[in-house]
Design a protein around this ligand. Structure first.
Ligand code: HEC
Length: 468
């Protein structure tokens, strides 16, 4: 039997081209099992679904990958066909936080199925999930990209055996921070990064913060003279276990100065836009936050030694400033009355707005007020449901959507880099709106770094514009 692209798929143009371009095997063979009917337009596994799951799913759903099952063959893909269709249509799989439909920013390496691809998968399930050409082998999975050999290794100081928290909100999770001294004697710029999980079965996300040991953490109310003292205190809380518990950032009272790298499963090497990089000051240290998720693994068998690899340059054309702005949590640093989210409500909103001048903690005045917004990292905790960033280029101008997270998922966090940066200046106003569900809370939800607190943070990656 010969398989032609069904008519409606041929009409879907680009999708069909893409799909057939990835298709490596022969186009005809003897029948085996349900084969699909080209005349009625039912997509088949061999021709349509195998390339689709290879492109969008098998980066994680493959043997030895992070996901709990592998789309490496027809049988498994068929078993998971119906739940997969649901997850694809709900856009919960593949995991990707920001809307990439084109309605609100376009993104580098977006994990995003086109509407036509979603339809194809649905039509395959509706058509009885035919195999098509059963003799055809699976398309080869592309190798993940890695950094060059000049990248430096920044490993956790010592292997760690995670311990599930066993609480209601984190039954099989452990959030742990590890202090790492990269021993920088001169300023360096991070131009790219890569995370190599020690045990990919359990490492669910990694956030890498920069921390100045001598900085003074105002949140501690004078209890600690320096970040160094805070981190020593946290490390001493559990002397028999490396690192300390942390959730929202680098741990209670640790004042962070930047976020040079983030990682979620399925992400390979990441490069900052050409010519740009994030500065690390001499003496600055790093705190690696690792989220361990042990739903399917006996934690006692784990000895994780996750490494971050950093590509460092002595100088860059354009420095990237990492702004971690969150007026909700910043009130902890001031003597002002705290805001809180009312408990017992299905929808609570926390809006804020700011201009570059409000980012003076993160950007020295000498850097000016004109930048290119090259990337964002949205961040809420477990009661977060959605958040959104829009930009207004001056008083009375329309607000333009810049990043929209319609279904916030704490378990999937990463920096999202734009395909095309947006120029901002002193007149630009950043509008952020965070949405929460507080139905399970019995007391007002306060800002903070713990599992029971909330944040309303957008990390903004602002590059100095190229000189004209
Ligand atoms: C970036 C990694 C990654 C990619 C890409 C990915 N998945 Fe997943 N998937 C996971 C992980 C991890 C889980 C386990 C549950 C969790 O941790 O969220 C999962 C769980 C699932 C589940 C079961 C739970 C649910 O949400 O229904 C389905 C179905 C699924 N994935 C389908 C898919 C399909 C179909 C694709 C491609 C279109 C895909 N996934 C792409 C990582 C990924």
């Amino acid at each position: 039997m010969h398989f032609r692209p069904p008519l409606h798929l041929a009409l879907a143009g680009a999708v069909t081209l893409l799909v057939s371009a990835c298709n490596t095997g022969p186009t005809s063979a003897t029948d085996a099992g349900p084969t699909g009917d080209a005349a009625s337009g039912t997509p088949t596994f061999s021709e349509h679904i195998a390339p689709l799951v290879t492109k969008h799913c098998r980066g994680c759903h493959t043997k030895g990958g992070i996901a709990p099952f592998a789309f490496d063959d027809y049988a498994t893909t068929k078993t998971w066909g119906k739940p997969s269709r649901k997850a694809i249509e709900a856009r919960t799989m593949p995991p990707w936080g920001v809307d990439a439909s084109g309605a609100c920013g376009t993104w580098q390496d977006a994990r995003w199925l086109t509407d036509a691809e979603i339809k194809t998968f649905g039509a395959w399930v509706d058509g009885g999930m035919p195999v098509g050409n059963a003799k055809q082998t699976m398309p080869v999975l592309p190798k993940p990209t890695t950094l060059g050999a000049n990248a430096i290794d920044v490993p956790m100081p010592i292997a760690y055996t995670p311990k599930p928290k066993g609480t209601k909100d984190a039954p099989t999770d452990d959030y742990r921070c590890f202090r790492i001294d990269p021993k920088l004697t001169a300023a360096k710029y991070v131009t790219g990064f890569e995370v190599v999980p020690g045990d990919p079965r359990v490492v669910h996300h990694v956030l890498l913060f920069s921390v100045a040991p001598k900085a003074w953490p105002a949140t501690a109310g004078g209890k600690f003279p320096s970040n160094d003292a805070v981190m020593k205190h946290l490390d001493d809380l559990e002397p028999d276990r490396p690192g300390w518990e942390c959730f929202g950032a680098a741990g209670d009272d640790v004042l962070v100065s930047g976020l040079p790298a983030t990682w979620a499963p399925g992400t390979s090497a990441v490069h900052y836009p050409a010519g740009t990089g994030v500065k690390l000051e001499p003496g600055e240290e790093l705190v690696m936050q690792v989220h361990y998720s042990m739903a399917d693994v006996d934690a006692a068998t784990v000895k994780d030694l996750t490494r971050v690899r950093l590509e460092l340059a002595d100088k860059v054309e354009r420095q990237v400033y990492v702004v971690l702005h969150d007026p909700f949590i910043f009130k902890l640093f001031t003597g002002l009355p705290q805001d809180s989210l009312p408990p017992g409500k299905a929808k609570v909103e926390y809006p804020w707005q700011a201009t570059v001048k409000d980012f003076n903690f993160w950007i020295p005045a000498a850097a000016g007020t004109t930048f290119d917004l090259v990337g964002v990292l949205p961040h809420l905790h477990k009661r977060g449901r959605a958040l959104n960033l829009s930009l207004q280029q001056g008083e009375g101008k329309p607000k333009v959507c810049a990043a929209d997270v319609p279904r916030w998922d704490f378990d999937w966090q990463q920096i999202y880099f734009y395909d095309k940066a947006t120029r901002i200046d002193a007149e630009t106003r950043f509008h952020v709106n965070c949405v929460y569900d507080t139905t399970d809370a019995t007391a007002p939800v306060m800002a903070g770094y713990g599992t029971d607190n909330e944040m309303c943070l957008f990390a903004l990656f602002l590059a100095k514009p190229a000189s004209p």
